[in-house]
Design a protein. Structure first.
Length: 170
């Protein structure tokens, strides 16, 4: 693949990810910390918790893109992570702080990915939700981040609408 095509592809993928990050951030606009951590549905999900989770997930996959499964697992294995806390904005956290951390992760992701080859592949970590021995390219990781962000932006939109009737796109 030529450099120009690879650069355009990366720009397109990063632009799409940025769009979905924007939807997720927009969903949190004008919420109080209490509203951002509230769980107004039968789900354990909250707007602030979803932003926190998406950021942590992006950080984890960025480590994978740079150094493979070993780096992903050594610095915070999802297999060992307390999933409940990963989806919650704690009393010690603020929405402003969670959003600032998310923005820093976004900048870091874009900066790091610009120096990587999208065709580079790493073996996935051993986990029941991955095919044993499978590998993902950095391109596949970026596509996964787009899907993860879009999915959770939709979850956040439902929660936000339940809190006060506001909608991301309405």
């Amino acid at each position: 693949m030529t450099t120009a095509i690879a650069t355009t592809e990366l720009s397109d993928l990063l632009s799409t990810l940025a769009t979905h990050r924007g939807f997720l951030r927009h969903t949190a606009r004008e919420l109080t910390d209490e509203q951002a951590r509230s769980r107004p549905t039968v789900s354990e999900l909250s707007v602030g918790g979803l932003i926190k989770h998406v950021r942590e997930t992006e950080e984890s996959w960025l480590r994978f893109a740079v150094g493979g499964a070993e780096l992903m697992v050594d610095q915070g294995s999802f297999a060992e992570q307390d999933w409940t806390d990963a989806f919650r904005m704690t009393e010690a956290e603020t929405l402003e702080g969670v959003l600032a951390e998310y923005e820093e992760t976004a900048r870091k992701t874009e900066r790091v990915l610009r120096d990587l080859d999208l065709n580079t592949a790493h073996r996935l970590p051993d986990a029941p939700w991955f095919e044993p021995g499978a590998s993902w390219t950095i391109r596949r990781v970026l596509l996964h981040l787009i899907a993860e962000t879009a999915q959770h932006a939709g979850h956040a939109d439902i929660i936000r609408e339940t809190i006060d009737g506001q909608k991301t796109m309405g």
